[in-house]
Design a protein around this ligand. Structure first.
Ligand code: ZN
Length: 105
């Protein structure tokens, strides 16, 4: 029996991202998803393979926390974005708060 990795278990437990899309902001703007690409092999990851949640924030913003499963190389990639719908819809990547996960300088 193959051992499940932590990323695999976490991915399985998350709801499909498409269930919460399109996401509507308070001002009526909508977010229909993003183009996910595998961190390991660069192949696009289809929306059905992306799971995660969207947490609304005040001021027409939300946090997208998602995990994609690459069917090509079997990698799991995480996506954390802060979306803002004030004016033009913009997304900024969120880095981990865990200082041990910071990339080397
Ligand atoms: Zn891949």
């Amino acid at each position: 029996m193959t051992q499940l990795t932590r990323a695999q278990i976490e991915w399985t437990l998350l709801p499909p991202l498409k269930d919460v899309l399109p996401y509507r902001f308070e001002n009526g703007a909508s977010f229909k998803g993003f183009r996910a690409e595998c961190d390991s092999c660069g192949q696009p990851i289809e929306l059905p393979q992306v799971r995660g949640r969207i947490t609304p924030l005040a001021d027409n913003r939300c946090v997208v926390s998602a995990s994609g499963h690459c069917v090509v190389c079997n990698a799991y990639c995480e996506y954390h974005y802060l979306l803002s719908a004030n004016g033009k819809l913009s997304a900024s990547p969120l880095t981990y708060w865990d200082e041990h996960a910071l990339p080397p300088q």
